[in-house]
Design a protein around this ligand. Structure first.
Ligand code: F6R
Length: 364
């Protein structure tokens, strides 16, 4: 039931502190991850992994793209990510000892399931990260990690996505144990994970400011989302949410690609959303943003505290609390979920049941 909330989507966004707690429950003991949670025989498989292949669709694919940054930087082994509808029909080369990770909230997505069946015999092991116990994907995979987000009614995924990110970050740490992550480093990241419910709770208090920001989008037909590093897939997810429920055409670009084409689109009618935490990419991103301003584009920037980007004519900023760099994709997803929600409400669309879309895509 929706309770006090006007839509399931809003309720599910606000459930995320609790969802973060559940995603960690039973997986942590005394500051360390419990490998048994990944399934019987998981440890023996993980010992042999030499590369990771992630396959998923839609929002789940965006979670996979974020995980690639984590796996290559923390585990230090190659990681590929592909949408299932392409992967399954391609002549894919899978090096020895590949761990296949399929990501799906429903566990019934036709293309993802077909991709698993297609390569199952050619991989070291298959791991399903999934929100539905007993789903086809879970039953047919060697290993499974449940995201425990609880049922999601809104067609546009919110809490299922953030719970996938937690599962993927934990999986990254488990693999990184094999490639030199020290117990004290693991403990430090686990501590940050334990702080997630509190962090997400504090982000929800931005709701009113974001509702106000949404007014600038309701009359627009296009929007551009920019990010770098793990925030690039976050920008993609932000753009997908806006498309799905407000029917505004939105595209995401890695900010460095701006001048290679999309800058031609920027004018006063094209709002540009940037996800820009205070990381080492901020200076680069700032110069991309100046290019937008120079063309009269209106900027909406989600940034960290002690920000060096300030409100000025045509620039609206929203400051997020400081977060552990690994948690940035989780933290910056929240405001983008709220932004698309409020734009949709202003436009009067059917937020929970957007036109032409189904919650579970069981046909190709
Ligand atoms: C968008 C959304 C979809 C799904 C996609 C895959 O908000 O929810 O893009 O992510 O249809 O579904 P699952 O994750 O069930 O495999």
């Amino acid at each position: 039931e929706k309770g006090a909330f006007k839509h399931f989507m809003l309720k599910e966004i606000f459930e995320q502190p609790e969802v973060m707690k559940r995603a960690l429950e039973g997986r942590i003991s005394q500051g360390h991850l419990l490998e048994q949670a990944w399934g019987v025989g998981a440890s023996a498989y993980f010992d042999q992994v030499k590369q990771v292949q992630i396959v998923a669709c839609g929002t789940s694919y965006h979670a996979g793209m974020i995980a690639r940054y984590w796996i290559e930087s923390i585990v230090g082994i190659p990681c590929n990510v592909e949408v299932a509808s392409e992967f399954r029909y391609r002549d894919v080369v899978l090096p020895q000892n590949t761990l296949l990770i399929t990501l799906s909230q429903s566990g019934e997505t036709a293309d993802t399931l077909a991709a698993l069946r297609e390569v199952k015999q050619r991989v070291l092991a298959s791991l399903a990260i999934c929100n539905v116990p007993g789903s086809s994907l879970v039953r047919e995979s060697d290993l499974a990690l449940m995201t425990n987000a609880g049922p999601e009614i809104g067609v546009a995924s919110t809490k299922a996505f953030t719970s996938q990110l937690v599962a993927l970050l934990m999986t990254t740490l488990i693999l990184a144990r094999r490639t030199g992550l020290k117990p004290e480093q693991e403990a430090q990241i686990v501590e940050a994970l334990i702080g997630l419910p509190t962090l997400i709770q504090s982000l929800l208090s931005l709701n009113d400011s974001i509702a106000k920001m949404a007014e600038a989008f309701a009359e627009k037909h296009h929007a551009l989302f920019l990010g770098r590093g793990t925030l690039y897939p976050v920008a993609m997810e932000g753009a997908l949410k806006l498309k799905e429920i407000s029917y505004i055409h939105a595209e995401a670009y890695p900010a460095g690609e701006l001048k290679h084409g999309p800058l031609a689109l920027v004018d006063k009618d094209m709002p540009v959303v940037a996800v820009a935490p205070n990381n080492d990419m901020l200076d680069k991103l700032k110069s991309n943003l100046q290019e937008v301003r120079a063309r009269g584009g209106e900027l909406f920037v989600f940034t960290g505290c002690e920000q060096s980007i300030r409100d000025e004519e045509g620039v609206t900023t929203l400051t997020l609390p400081a977060v552990h760099p690994l948690l940035e994709p989780l933290a910056y997803t929240l405001p983008l979920q709220l932004l698309s929600y409020h734009v949709a409400v202003l436009k009067g669309t059917d937020v929970d049941q957007p036109r032409n879309l189904a919650k579970s895509v069981t046909v190709e």
